[in-house]
Ligand binder design. Structure first.
Ligand SMILES: [Zn+2]
Ligand SMILES: [Zn+2]
Length: 332
């Protein structure tokens, strides 16, 4: 098969992914082999490729927002038939035995593996996944529309849940990329008011088109105090600005897997029971819950399509803030 391989992490400006032939994967027990149609490009892929996340496998095929069809099933995998359309997310597998898994928090599993990081992902024509960790994709979504739902969408949804936002709540988004452009649709569906703090006129415009009540620069102060805020940008320097925008008792959710250092804070920014919390990975329940809501709304994603062989270009455009919405690779 054709695939984009990362041999060792390097700045994306050096085009570190190599488009080449790779061995065809064979499904093991409980696994399905999936023919990849589309694979979304996530900021986490950028962190993997550039080495902000320490390498777990080398070479590795990145990509964890995969939409494809089941080609064949390994021994004991009987749930999905060949031809079934499925989505494969970041959470590849959990041990299901650690204390976190046993308490319904498999996103915090002690021995997890992750698609496109500790196992090969979807910047390829084929990929393997345990059949228990893939999702059926609601029919209403075309492949390229569905791809960004599988990480940007699911993690955005978990971030929204952890923010505790509800009807008539005021919610701030810091950074307005792939995750925020989906999360705003869910937040509005729930009746929340969204304020978008993001650099660049294009991202601010997209936020307003999607129903934000206000959009301004990344560290700008929104015109109203917020019940909750989510920082999607990997920029620790936004934490004080976001705390300053919160009401007493407000919740600040950090939605990324990696963030630059957070500057020291004056305690009064946090006092009055403001809360800062991070979001890690997803549970299968998040994935299923989100896809159900996404189909109900229905969520619409903005995508920029790139051929599989141009994965380096997609990553460069993501890093350079030139993607409005989500980047998606065409792998078919
Ligand atoms: Zn576990
Ligand atoms: Zn991701």
């Amino acid at each position: 098969m054709k695939a984009c391989l990362l041999h060792s992490p390097a700045p994306v400006e050096t085009n570190p992914l190599v488009f080449t032939d790779a061995p065809d994967p064979q499904p093991g027990p409980g696994e399905v082999l999936v023919r990849v149609k589309k694979c979304g490009v996530c900021r986490t892929d950028l962190h993997v490729v550039e080495g902000e996340l320490p390498p777990r496998k080398s070479p590795v095929i990145p990509g964890h927002q995969i939409v494809g069809v089941v080609e064949k099933s390994g021994p004991g995998a009987t749930r999905l038939s060949p031809g079934a359309r499925v989505g494969i997310p970041w959470l590849h597998r959990t041990d299901q035995t650690c204390e976190f898994c046993r308490q319904g928090m498999e996103n915090l599993c002690d021995h997890p593996s992750f698609t496109g990081y500790s196992v090969d992902g979807g910047f390829a024509e084929y990929v393997l996944a345990p059949e228990d960790f893939v999702y059926p994709i609601p029919e209403s979504f075309p492949d390229e529309q569905a791809a960004p739902l599988l990480c940007a969408g699911i993690i955005g949804f978990r971030s929204l849940r952890l923010s505790g936002i509800g009807r008539d709540g005021r919610l701030g988004f810091y950074g307005f990329g792939a995750a925020a452009h989906v999360a705003i649709q869910v937040a509005r569906h729930w009746g929340a008011e969204v304020y978008a703090c993001t650099r660049g006129a294009k991202h601010q415009q997209l936020a307003m088109q999607l129903g934000a009540v206000w959009a301004g620069e990344a560290a700008a102060e929104p015109p109203a105090k917020l019940d909750a805020a989510i920082i999607f940008a990997p920029a620790g320097e936004l934490v004080p600005a976001a705390l300053r925008a919160l009401k007493k008792g407000g919740v600040l959710v950090l939605g990324g897997i990696h963030m630059s250092p957070i500057p020291s804070l004056d305690y009064k920014l946090l006092y009055q029971e403001r809360v800062i919390r991070s979001v890690a990975n997803n549970t299968r329940q998040d994935g299923e819950g989100f896809l159900r809501v996404a189909a109900e709304i229905p969520v619409r994603t903005r995508v920029m399509l790139f051929p599989l062989r141009d994965a380096n270009r997609a990553l460069n455009d993501l890093k350079g803030d030139r993607i409005n919405g989500a980047a998606v690779l065409d792998c078919a």
